[in-house]
Design a protein around this ligand. Structure first.
Ligand code: ZN
Length: 120
């Protein structure tokens, strides 16, 4: 069985900007004019929150067999997982992949998820 993506959770400092562990690119919030803008580096597999993927790389789509699926079909795939996008992205088994899960405190319980993996 291949190793699953390694998780790091941010619960206290959940608002800390997330940078790629492999090249240092700040993947979200780097643009002061539009903090929701995504800057995916070549290592970024996905950026998501509890209700949607904000970004999916071609490598991720290939790995999870999401190629050619409509957004509705992709949504149906992760909604099949009892833990939603968080659980679905825990099934990634690309070598040395790393996931940062940032959870805002209750009552919001809002999660943001960032996945990275080295490239050859
Ligand atoms: Zn990177």
């Amino acid at each position: 069985m291949p190793q699953l993506i390694q998780r790091t959770e941010l619960k206290t400092f959940y608002y800390t900007p997330v940078h790629c562990p492999f090249c240092g690119v700040r993947v979200m919030g780097a643009d002061p004019v539009d903090e929701t803008r995504i800057t995916a580096c070549p290592h970024t597999l996905f950026i998501a929150h509890d209700t949607a993927f904000e970004y999916r790389s071609a490598r991720l789509d290939n790995h999870l067999a999401l190629d050619g699926m409509s957004e509705q079909q992709v949504e149906a795939r992760w909604q099949d997982d009892a833990r939603g996008i968080d659980g679905f992205t825990d099934t990634i088994s690309l070598p040395d992949a790393i996931k940062v899960a940032a959870y805002a405190p209750a009552p919001s319980a809002y999660g943001s998820y960032y996945g990275f993996a080295p490239i050859e």
